[in-house]
Design a protein around this ligand. Structure first.
Ligand SMILES: CC(C)(COP(=O)(O)OP(=O)(O)OC[C@H]1O[C@@H](n2cnc3c(N)ncnc32)[C@H](O)[C@@H]1OP(=O)(O)O)[C@@H](O)C(=O)NCCC(=O)NCCS
Length: 339
């Protein structure tokens, strides 16, 4: 999907050219301009500063900038996944002073035409949104799946201490239960062989994944070999409750810094499955693994089956003593045909 820098981008069709925009392929030199227009987006949890350099190198991805009189005013990344069938849209942003004028719409249509012209085998566009979708959006998009978003914050050192006071299932130790162990066996961290077997060679994950989709840190992937090659290059902890018959699976993306402040990290956990006790257990296991070495403030975002949101939020507040950053919101994976 790489569209090289310097390659002539296609002429805009008439209605799009009226917006007075120029489009270029993003380069390393554009980083500061992009960051300047990205202040405060995603509630300070913007992943782009960490991912930008890698994105520019990914062979299946192109980052497109919209410019007005030469100045960067919008960005969108397009990435071809799902064995070449899907164009994934990510990172979409418009400079604050240019919002509400139709720029995002023009950029989305431009990128769609660009991909269609270079990769005619691409059939659909997918994107993940966390805003409230209305009837107009559903005229454009099919909903592939949705997950509840649970966002909590804590100091890593405080949570580490708290976790040491809790049992394996997250209950408080009482003098009588202190030596008793959990009723459920501990979750299993998967190696590459297990991941291949579970996600590709068997249909064991079908009942676990929402609409046969692995949503990893906002990116929706179908479980096909070309996508697994992308996923297995990333720093992720893959977990299941049981390797022979999984009920709950989770992917924890290794923590990375976010622009919300110095010393702030973002920890992303994608949880699949409907069993609260098993989901809680895997959540705790990921937290234990990462708070062992992390220092400083952490924004931890977990994506989970919507009915699990409320009991998991109560557990976070009551048992973990962490602060809920916002009430229930949703992550929606949307799809539309490339026409
Ligand atoms: C969301 C944002 C990109 C919209 O930009 P905008 O230029 O003000 O939007 P427009 O004026 O083009 O109007 C909305 C159009 O963009 C689409 N749009 C709005 N938000 C969108 C989103 N989050 N994802 C995809 N498309 C979106 C609308 O469906 C509409 O499309 P249409 O022209 O086909 O009707 C802009 O407000 C922004 O940069 N916000 C901060 C970053 C952010 O939240 N990005 C969303 C990532 S999921």
């Amino acid at each position: 999907m790489k569209i090289e820098n310097g390659m002539t981008l296609p002429e805009l069709p008439e209605p799009l050219s009226h917006a007075g925009l120029q489009f270029t392929v993003a380069t390393e030199e554009d980083f500061d301009d992009i960051m300047a227009m990205s202040q405060d987006i995603y509630g300070g949890l913007d992943y782009l500063p960490t991912r930008y350099t890698t994105w520019l190198q990914e062979t299946n991805r192109t980052v497109i900038l919209a410019r007005k009189q030469g100045k960067v005013i919008a960005l969108e990344s397009v990435c071809v996944i799902d064995d070449g069938e899907t164009m994934l849209v990510e990172g979409l942003r418009v400079a604050p002073q240019e919002r509400g004028k139709g720029v995002a719409g023009v950029l989305l249509r431009f990128c769609s035409q660009l991909v269609k012209s270079k990769f005619p085998e691409v059939k659909v566009t997918r994107l993940t949104r966390d805003d409230v979708l209305g009837p107009k959006d559903f005229q454009k998009y099919r909903l592939i799946t949705k997950q509840g978003i649970l966002l909590v914050r804590f100091r890593a050192e405080d949570l580490k201490l708290r976790l040491s006071e809790l049992g394996p299932d997250g209950d408080f130790h009482s003098p009588s239960s202190i030596s008793s162990s959990s009723s459920i066996p501990p979750p299993v961290c998967l190696d590459h062989k297990d991941i291949h077997r579970l996600y590709l060679a068997t249909d064991l994950m079908h009942g676990v994944l929402p609409n046969a989709t692995i949503v990893q840190d906002w990116q929706p992937f179908k479980p096909v070999p070309s996508n697994m090659a992308i996923l297995l290059k990333k720093e992720i902890d893959w977990m299941v409750d049981d390797v022979t018959s999984p009920t709950v699976a989770s992917l924890c993306t290794f923590p990375f810094r976010v622009p919300i402040g110095d010393d702030w990290y973002y920890l992303n956990i994608d949880m699949f499955g409907k069993d609260l006790a098993l989901a809680r257990q895997q959540f705790l296991c990921h937290l234990r693994r990462h708070t062992a070495s992390l220092k400083g403030h952490v924004m931890c975002q977990m994506f989970l089956d919507p009915p699990l949101w409320k009991p998991m939020a109560d557990f976070c507040r009551q048992n973990l003593g962490v602060e809920l950053v916002k009430e229930y919101t949703e992550q929606c994976v949307c799809e539309s045909d490339v026409v």
